[in-house]
Design a binder for this molecule. Sequence first.
Ligand SMILES: *Cc1c(COP(=O)(O)O)cnc(C)c1O
Length: 384
Amino acid sequence: MDLFEKEKRYIASCYARQPIALIKGQGAVVWDSEGKEYIDCFSGLAVLNTGHCHPRVVEAIKQQASKIMHTSNIYYIPTQIELAEKLYRLTGGYKSFFCNSGAEANEAAIKLVRKYTGKNEIICAKNSFHGRTLATLSATGQEKYKHGFEPLLAEFKHVAFGDADEVAEAVTDNTAAVLLEPIQGEGGVVVSPEDYLTRIREICDRNDILMVLDEVQTGMGRTGELFAWQLYGVKPDIFTLAKALGGGFPIGAMLAREEVMDAFKTGDHASTFGGNHLACAAAKAALETIIEEDLPGRAKELGDYAMAKLEELKKEKPIIKEIRGKGLMIGIELEKKCSDVVERARKNGLLINCTADKVLRLLPPLVIEKEQLDRAIQVLGEVL
Ligand SMILES: *Cc1c(COP(=O)(O)O)cnc(C)c1O
């Protein structure tokens, strides 16, 4: 039996997998089981901001794995404390709760919102994505993910993304928070108007409700700043991270202003694996790499460069409807469905992703070389 047949036989069929198995990676390049080489502009879904197998991350994992990997949060975890201290300094005073994924980080945020405010209604955006657990699915603003899983939690309201007036109108006495992605990822790389988040901040302040940002995809340098809220000059009360936090190792985090986080008391929330020694060693190495190699700055520079080249391409290719994004989170909306473009790109040695049916999404490692990015855009031009 070959790999694909075995997968079908032994694994839940939740994923529409592409017919390759990637078995080796370095920086922005990966190789499949047949030895074919690809430029990776997908990064395992915005996870590998520091690239595949960054030597610093690999070394940190090796070192930590040979010392101690896991003890549970019943004991102090030095690497977890070091990681939290770094995040505290870099964010100007946010405390961390560690978990293992984006959905869990958002779950933790939803629980904290309830605990802190004593209220339970949360305003979210249409077309958003916040995860697959029942609460985060309830927060998600796309019906396609919800079919077959109702009833979900009722306390989530969905308004048009980018329209602050709609948020203001949706506020009631029972509103606890507004939960938004700074830039919608799964929804098709949808960038909000420049003043949107500052207006949301004002609405939250005026109504005494919490502003929660889901930075699971936008975080860790992807958009040109370490966190996308820095791009927009606002400070959320709570924000969540996962994807790129561990440099490829699974870890998530929910960060909150000190006063808000202190609403969680001993026993209020927990995770067996959350922030274990190994995950935190990987995350600490990834974070140090992102800062020391100025990967946010690199994302901005290369992102601007790529966007300009793609705008040139758009002039030649009527199939391209719109180019949008920030840093190295780029969406190319096509006039038609994009799955066959993804397939042809792959055959030509380029890994990209299609989201929201018509949006090609580029999420290259932030360490990608300029020549590799040029090559990626060239392939894209060919297959378009
Ligand atoms: C991927 C993603 C999630 C869910 O993360 P998981 O680790 O898959 O649970 C939540 N929010 C956003 C914005 C995401 O992109």
